[in-house]
Ligand binder design. Structure first.
Ligand code: ZN
Length: 188
């Protein structure tokens, strides 16, 4: 066999916690922006159309309604409030996922390798404590499908990742973390 023109190890550096249904629903930059906007406060289609326009994204309200339907069908937003306005029902939507619609600076993993190493050591302890608790696995093992590439079972990894993901969301959306961010602002 000929000498390879390139050979190097590529390692997994980040986990993107997205299933196919979610990826499909998010396959439009406007929908990412809608989730970002709704993370600030629940809005109706009308309010959202105005908010997006003032953020430089001018779209017809019918287009916004279509995107809201797609996001709702994918389970990414939910109705938070319904009010009657002049005989019509106005719905407000809130997101159940948090997206951060901007790029991660390249080289983040190099610059912060020490912090990443320390954090991953702490996370390994947490992962161990999750794997010790068997209850959470059952839900994942029920619809476990053998991996077409290794015939193995990745349901435990998925289960652990989801527990971490939900926990991270709860921690970051909580008041204590908001307090931490406020402190960070003062320090700068
Ligand atoms: Zn596999």
């Amino acid at each position: 066999m000929a000498e390879p023109l390139l050979q190097r190890n590529v390692r997994v550096r980040r986990i993107i916690a997205v299933d196919q249904k979610t990826a499909q629903a998010l396959g439009d930059p406007v929908r990412m922006q809608i989730l970002e906007a709704l993370a600030h406060k629940p809005m109706s289609a009308e309010e959202l159309t105005k908010a997006l326009a003032s953020a430089g994204q001018k779209k017809a309200i019918t287009t916004i309604r279509h995107h809201l339907d797609a996001l709702k069908n994918a389970g990414l937003i939910e109705t938070t409030k319904m009010v009657e306005v002049r005989g019509a029902v106005m719905k407000y939507y809130g997101p159940v996922v948090r997206v951060f619609d901007f790029d991660t600076p390249s080289g983040t993993d190099d610059i912060h390798s020490k912090l990443i190493q320390e954090t991953s050591s702490k996370l390994l302890k947490i992962l161990r404590s999750i794997q010790v608790d068997k209850r959470f696995l059952s839900g994942f093992e029920k619809n476990n499908v053998a991996c077409p590439f290794c015939k193995g079972n990745h349901s435990r990894e998925k289960a652990a990742m989801e527990i971490l993901n939900y926990s991270l969301a709860r921690a970051m959306e909580g008041g204590d973390y908001a307090g931490l961010l406020a402190l960070g602002k003062e320090a700068r």
